[in-house]
Design a protein around this ligand. Structure first.
Ligand code: MG
Ligand code: ZN
Length: 191
């Protein structure tokens, strides 16, 4: 299998069970089998980034601090399985937000790629040797813009976004869950 430089993983509905605007670390539940599957990649030197749109911060549903606490819990759970996360890339914005400092149209909200590109530059990665994985069109859209491999999972909001992914993003791997998607990604890299 060709080694990938990095995986850009969506958090809610992909890496952890979707819980709406999650503000409490106690609500973190890793997708079953995700850690074990991710370890196959990190063991070979692939970096792991979690890229997450947290519009709840702009909407006043949770604070940046709470989002950071949830991310720290996700990192802790993964590390307990021997899986290090290189970075959490968070967009706290939304143009219709109620918290003034975050109520902006930004370039980091997926399908925007500002956060991905920053990590790519900082770590000297080749986007064609990266994969973007998520449950929404926004994730796949970012993957297309980057020229990266793409995996659309049907957990979280995945089923609702499947039609658009099929129509507008040919070549995207569709999978019932993150571990299944990672397995299919490995197979496609072995061909
Ligand atoms: Mg998601
Ligand atoms: Zn943003």
């Amino acid at each position: 299998m060709r080694r990938l430089d990095a995986l850009f993983l969506d958090r809610d509905g992909t890496l952890i069970v979707e819980r709406g605007f999650l503000s409490d670390p106690r609500g973190v539940r890793l997708t079953r089998g995700a850690a074990e599957a991710l370890r196959r990649f990190t063991a070979r030197g692939t970096l792991l980034f979690v890229v997450t749109n947290q519009s709840g911060i702009a909407r006043g549903k949770l604070t940046r601090r709470q989002a950071d606490a949830v991310n720290a819990e996700v990192a802790r759970r993964l590390l307990a399985h021997g899986v290090p996360v290189e970075g959490f890339l968070v967009c706290p914005h939304h143009p219709e937000g109620s918290v003034r400092e975050y109520a902006v149209a930004c370039r980091c909200r997926k399908p925007g790629t500002l956060l991905h590109r920053r990590a790519i530059r900082r770590h000297g990665l080749d986007p064609r040797r990266c994969a973007v994985l998520g449950d929404k069109w926004d994730d796949v859209g970012a993957g297309i813009a980057l020229g990266a491999h793409r995996v659309h999972v049907l957990t979280g909001h995945g089923r609702r976004h499947r039609k658009r992914v099929r129509a507008e993003a040919p070549g995207t791997i569709l999978a019932p869950s993150l571990p299944a998607g990672l397995r299919l990604l490995e197979e496609s890299l072995s061909r």
